[in-house]
Design a protein around this ligand. Sequence first.
Ligand code: GTP
Ligand code: MG
Length: 199
Amino acid sequence: MQIHKVYFCGSFPSYNQTPDDGKPEFAFIGRSNVGKSSLINMLTNRKTLAKVSNTPGKTQLINYFMINESWYLVDLPGYGYAKLSKTKRKEFRNMIESYLVRKQSIVCTFVLIDSRHDLQDIDLEFLNWCGTARIPICLIFTKMDKLRPREREKNIKRLKDSLLEYWEELPTNFNSSSETAEGRDNILEFIQSYVSKLA
Ligand code: GTP
Ligand code: MG
C-alpha cells in the first residue's frame, strides 16, 4: 500500500469524542514503551508523527491519524505503566477498554509484544481480556532489530508457545522493527486487504 497522505486528527480523552465518520480504524496497543508510537511512524514513513519517548507513559490519550483520507491509525496509551498512580492507571484502562468495546469502526486491534522478553503477566491479562470481550486482534512482535540472528527464532517461538498454553491457535501475527522497517509491507498489506474490502 502506498501511503500518500497522513495527518494528525486529534487526541481524545474518551471514545465518545473520537471521530465518528465510520471510516475503518486500526488501533495499536501494548505495554508502555513496547514501541507503538515508533511503529506508527515507521508504517507511515514519518519520523515525528506520533510522539516517541524513552520515558514510558508518553502517550496518554487516544490519538487519531488519518491515512489516505480513507482510514485511521489509532495510537493508544500503553497499559501497565507502573509509575502511574492507581487511580490514573484505572482511568487509562477504562478509557482504553470502553474505546475498544464500543467503537464500532475498529476493524482490528494490533497488540504489540516486545520480542526480547518472555510473555509478561500484564500482556497475558490484556490478551485474555480481548478474548473475553471478543475484540478482534493481531499480534506484532516489536524491536526485532535488537535480537541477534540466532535469538530471533528462539524468542518468537518461546512467546508463541507461551500463548499457545492459553489459546488453541494464534491470531495473525507479524514481526516488526521500527529501526529496519521489518514487517512494514506485511502489516500494510494486511490493513489494505480490509480497507479495500470495506471501501
Ligand atoms: P508509550 O506511549 O509510553 O506507551 O510507549 P510506546 O509503546 O509508544 O513506545 P515508543 O514508540 O515511544 O518507544 C519507546 C522506546 O523504544 C523509544 O526509545 C524508541 O526509540 C524505542 N523503540 C521503539 N521501537 C523500536 C524498535 O523497533 N527498535 C528499537 N531498537 N527501538 C525501538
Ligand atoms: Mg506511545
